[in-house]
Design a protein around this ligand. Structure first.
Ligand code: NAG
Ligand code: NAG
Ligand code: NAG
Ligand code: NAG
Ligand code: NAG
Ligand code: NAG
Ligand code: NAG
Ligand code: NAG
Ligand code: NAG
Length: 402
């Protein structure tokens, strides 16, 4: 019954929802082929910082759309594609049982009119909840990123362990990441399945346990720094929340679809001496900050020509506190750099005293025209209400140095 409903839903999505004509509101949507340099003149030596500080507005929350971990990417169909973990899906599309990992998209022309819809509940593939695939390790499958690149939709999956499953210093740890791809707009995925990912993951261990591709343009349109030849991905050292370091990996774009870890290299130099190694254990972190570097995404702002790494963490969740009260407050420590490999500097350190706003993900389609504003989607047990774990958007403003 459930399966039939699910198939019907997918069919409806496929027949009516997958390939709509672009509905672009030019007063809302950012430029697509936008890598033409800044719109305002400034003395911009290659390494000179552009972003001075980032400030945030207030949330808009979608009470019907529960779940969390909304990694987003801008699709070739002009839609904003995004993940949800631990959810019944958009408007409960994956009811009644919910799912660990769900693929969705927002077809709307503006942040005020997102029109989100679930594309694939992935229930058979990655389970409904926790360890219901029966591995017996108290872990569960979660996603750490979604990316469109050259008409292929890539999904990262990794094995997560809640604090209750072990003594993790009240972190949810993540390990054994796997890279999957879809050639049919998220209807089916190729790459490791549940069994294969459990026994033979793309990246074993925790060091690249939460990979997420750096976002450039729509459908992975290249920007600078070799992004026409390589796809770059960041990962922390294997925690959904409160990790310690960020690693940078890269894979040739012409080989990424092969889904092989052998094609990957990891940054092991410094911002002034860029070098790469094939040995992940030899990678050098871009950033180190104990307990303050959670699993997150990074994006290139083509207007300001800077990378933004939108970090967040729970300051009250670094010892052996009580779950889940210590999910408050959340701190958003955002970093910026002119190059993917740094140097990164802090451009916001904002505390949300009453909310667990976690995994903020910048909506690539909705930069403001001058690149000095944008919107993130985020999730949280907002305002001390543990049942209000829903999709939320939060706008931000960027102050520049000129
Ligand atoms: C586009 O967005 C603007 C700003 O929100 C709004 O005023 C306008 O009505 C929208 N246009 C269309 C055609 O939807
Ligand atoms: C922000 O989130 C809270 C808690 O979910 C909600 O009550 C409030 O309405 C949201 N604010 C807006 C502007 O949607
Ligand atoms: C799914 O939910 C239905 C209705 O609550 C329940 O009967 C069924 O056992 C659930 N299936 C699984 C696999 O959890
Ligand atoms: C976790 O480890 C800490 C420090 O060693 C210890 O104090 C605490 O009792 C442990 N908690 C559990 C649930 O094992
Ligand atoms: C993909 O990987 C396999 C195994 O490593 C190799 O034989 C094959 O040539 C690769 N294909 C491409 C297109 O790189
Ligand atoms: C990878 O690097 C680690 C740490 O430097 C080292 O111990 C190990 O021998 C290296 N492995 C290979 C295959 O070079
Ligand atoms: C978080 O930690 C601070 C400092 O220790 C404390 O004052 C506050 O009560 C804690 N908040 C929660 C919700 O645990
Ligand atoms: C951000 O602010 C917090 C206090 O809220 C502080 O503990 C932390 O060190 C700051 N982070 C940075 C990178 O300055
Ligand atoms: C918590 O959120 C749920 C779902 O959004 C809502 O039904 C409930 O009224 C909220 N409770 C409080 C105390 O705000």
């Amino acid at each position: 019954m459930l399966f039939t409903t699910h198939l019907l839903f997918l069919f409806i999505q496929f027949a009516y929802g997958q390939y709509p004509p672009p509905q672009i509101n030019d007063s809302q949507v950012g430029i697509d082929t936008g890598y033409h340099g800044p719109l305002e003149s400034c003395s911009c030596a290659e390494d000179r910082p552009r972003i001075k500080w980032i400030t945030f507005g207030t949330n808009t929350s979608y009470a019907q759309d529960g779940g969390d971990t909304f990694y987003s990417t801008w699709g070739p169909d002009w839609d904003t594609w995004f993940t949800i973990d631990d959810s019944a899906g958009i408007k409960a599309s994956c009811s009644p049982n919910g799912s660990n990992i769900i693929i969705n998209k927002a077809r709307g022309p503006s942040v005020a009119d997102l029109r989100p819809a679930t594309v694939n509940c992935l229930q058979k593939e990655w389970g409904l909840h926790g360890d219901d695939m029966g591995h017996g390790d108290d872990g569960s499958w979660k996603t750490t990123g979604l990316s469109w690149l050259d008409d292929v939709l890539y999904l990262w999956v990794s094995r997560n362990f809640a604090p209750a499953a072990g003594n993790n210093s009240l972190r949810q740890t993540a390990q054994n990441s796997c890279l999957l791809k879809s050639l049919n707009y998220g209807v089916t995925f190729q790459g490791p399945d549940d069994e294969e990912c459990y026994t033979n993951p793309t990246f074993p261990g925790r060091l690249f346990g939460t990979p997420s591709f750096i976002q450039y343009g729509r459908n992975g349109e290249a920007g600078p720094h070799g992004s026409d030849k390589y796809a770059y991905a960041i990962s922390n050292d294997g925690s959904w929340d409160n990790g310690d370091s960020i690693q940078l990996g890269r894979v040739p774009r012409e080989r990424i679809a092969n889904l092989s870890s052998k094609d990957w290299e990891f940054f092991n130099g410094s911002p002034s001496e860029v070098s790469w190694t094939r040995n992940l254990s030899d990678a050098k972190p871009l950033l180190y900050s104990q307990n303050q570097l959670s699993s997150t995404a990074a994006i290139y702002n083509p207007y300001l020509e800077e990378y933004i790494l939108n970090e967040w963490y729970f300051p009250n969740r670094t010892g052996y506190g009580v779950y889940p009260q210590a999910l408050y407050p959340t701190v958003w420590t955002w970093y910026a750099s002119r190059k993917p490999w740094g140097p990164y500097r802090v451009v916001s350190n904002t505390s949300w005293p009453n909310a667990a706003w976690y995994n903020p993900s910048v909506l690539n389609k909705f930069w403001g025209f001058d690149g000095k504003s944008g919107t993130v989607i985020t999730s949280g047990h907002a305002y001390l209400n543990h049942s209000s774990q829903v999709l939320s958007t939060i706008p931000f403003e960027i102050e520049t140095f000129w």
